[in-house]
Ligand binder design. Structure first.
Ligand SMILES: Cc1cc2nc3c(=O)[nH]c(=O)nc-3n(C[C@H](O)[C@H](O)[C@H](O)COP(=O)(O)OP(=O)(O)OC[C@H]3O[C@@H](n4cnc5c(N)ncnc54)[C@H](O)[C@@H]3O)c2cc1C
Length: 471
């Protein structure tokens, strides 16, 4: 592979009024400065490619975003790392980003028609509840083992599994309403979607990519095990710092025009610019890629990702307090509720313990429902739910942050795009298949820990190898 062959590829910036022309050498334009795009850009650069990264927002990190509160940094997007997420852990170590364990000491809470304490990995409320949840775990393990995350469409009964929703699957054996409510809450948190909205094949693919259902929902040993002392956005900030001028913020890509020699990338925003490059990497959630106009037009399967794979709905709420009063009461801060609107909570106190915090997730249908209310009303509902779980003092935070990812046009929702029933088997191939000179990254294209920071990094590595191979 030879990148610097003496030919200068032109990157032309031209403002809509009064033309400017600037010429750069550019081999690959990476669209999206989330963890995936930045990992790809860093690997491409190290592979000898001249890279430009275009990011629509005025910050890097995409679905990770760490904000300051009382002198500590808190994540309003992705925040936890699990023990098997080796790429993210290695990158954190390389960048000197410290991790610390999520606080777990104490009893957990479960709210159905009442609030009770539990300490087992999952709440065992009654014999019927325990049997149903244990059965779900066993059935999910047996079913997901047949799904190769690199080729889920090759599962022997892929079409039949895809045609069913996760809710249909639960109907088959899960009569106990509490068990059903708990599995619904867990899947809403993982996907930001309701069981009826998730293809069963996609659910099994997701489990397979993560190594099972428990690794997805557990704290110790699972995806919620560790946090970043300075926030998860640090991964993207660290990678971005290596790019210097090659990173352009406030540069939303609107149109891609492919020809025999390369791609012209049209950027909107305050200064309309166009960039000429040999290859493009789109490191965005799949439904957002299809919103970028393309000439020749996107293949039908690619265009269909807009409605086949809608973004999940997640509102993340952070309530700050003077004291970690739940710890004093022997509680871990972890809770699950089938009553809503909160599905789960965790202790989210800063690493040094100085800024006590509870984090609560409103997800799936309840997130879409609560979005229709006024901010004050939403806040009251969330605080009332926290008070039911942790006592009246929980209703009096010193500060409160709410982040609804639906309001972020460059994400469109969170934590992940989710295949609707009947739409995954036919489109699974499409996710990673290049369209001419356009290649695809982003966590949704990963075969390991899809939907997570780890998946974003894995997809960035894979796309960099792919582009370096063909160029
Ligand atoms: C509330 C929440 C909680 C989560 N919790 C966790 C967790 O605890 N652990 C975990 O591992 N993961 C978690 N996730 C998921 C994790 O954050 C994502 O999987 C990961 O950050 C995705 O990275 P990405 O690079 O694939 O995509 P993104 O981060 O979405 O990056 C895409 C980038 O493309 C930009 N972009 C979009 N359109 C355009 C355009 N047209 N032109 C230019 N730029 C564009 C966007 O602005 C964005 O910066 C969570 C996410 C959310 C929102």
């Amino acid at each position: 592979m030879k990148w610097s062959n003496g030919r200068r590829d032109a990157l032309v910036l031209s403002s809509s009024g009064g033309y400017r022309r600037v010429v750069f050498d550019c081999d690959v334009v990476v669209v999206g400065a989330g963890a995936s795009g930045l990992r790809a850009a860093d690997d491409l650069r190290r592979g000898g490619a001249r890279v430009v990264v275009l990011e629509a927002r005025d910050r890097v990190g995409g679905r990770t975003w760490s904000r300051e509160q009382d002198g500590a940094r808190f994540d309003v997007g992705g925040q936890w790392l699990g023990p098997t997420q080796r790429r993210a852990r290695a990158l954190a170590a390389e960048l000197g980003l410290a991790l610390f364990p999520t606080h777990t000491a104490g009893a957990k809470l479960v709210e159905t028609d009442r609030v009770s304490r539990f300490r087992a990995p999952i709440p065992l409320l009654s014999v019927g509840n325990s049997v149903a949840l244990a059965s779900a775990l066993v059935r999910a393990r047996l079913a997901r083992r047949r799904v190769d995350p690199a080729a889920p469409q090759a599962t022997p009964d892929a079409a039949a599994l895809d045609a069913r929703s996760l809710a249909d699957w639960m109907d088959g054996f899960m009569r106990d309403p509490d068990a059903r409510g708990l599995l619904t809450a867990a899947t809403r948190v993982v996907f930001g979607a309701d069981p009826a909205e998730i293809s069963l094949l996609y659910f099994l693919f997701y489990l397979s990519a993560a190594g099972g259902l428990l690794p997805l929902i557990d704290v110790k040993g699972g995806a919620q095990q560790d946090r970043f002392v300075g926030g998860a956005q640090g991964l993207s900030l660290g990678l971005a710092a290596r790019l210097g001028d090659a990173l352009r913020l406030g540069a939303p890509v609107e149109r891609l025009v492919q020809d025999a020699d390369g791609v012209t990338v049209h950027v909107g925003g305050q200064v309309a610019v166009s960039v000429r490059t040999r290859r493009v990497v789109l490191a965005l959630p799949p439904p957002l890629t299809a919103r970028i106009a393309c000439e020749p037009a996107w293949p039908a399967a690619r265009a269909s990702l807009v409605d086949a794979m809608p973004m999940g709905a997640t509102t993340k709420c952070l309530a700050f307090y003077d004291r970690a009063f739940w710890r004093e009461a022997g509680l871990s801060g972890e809770a699950v509720s089938t009553r809503g609107p909160i599905a789960v909570t965790f202790d989210n106190t800063s690493a040094d313990g100085k800024v006590p915090c509870l984090v609560a997730f409103i997800v799936g249908g309840p997130a879409r429902e609560l979005r229709r209310r006024a901010p004050d009303e939403r806040r009251s509902e969330v605080l009332a739910a926290l008070a039911r779980l942790f006592g009246p003092v929980a209703a009096q935070p010193t500060a409160y942050i709410e982040q609804d990812w639906h309001d972020e046009p460059w994400s469109g929702g969170c934590p992940v795009a989710v295949f609707a029933p009947g739409r995954f088997a036919a489109a699974a191939d499409t996710l990673r298949a290049p369209v001419g000179r356009i290649h695809f990254a982003g966590t949704e294209t990963a075969t390991e820990w899809a939907g997570y920071i780890e998946g974003a990094l894995a997809a960035g590595e894979r796309v960099a190898r792919e582009v370096l191979r063909v160029s």
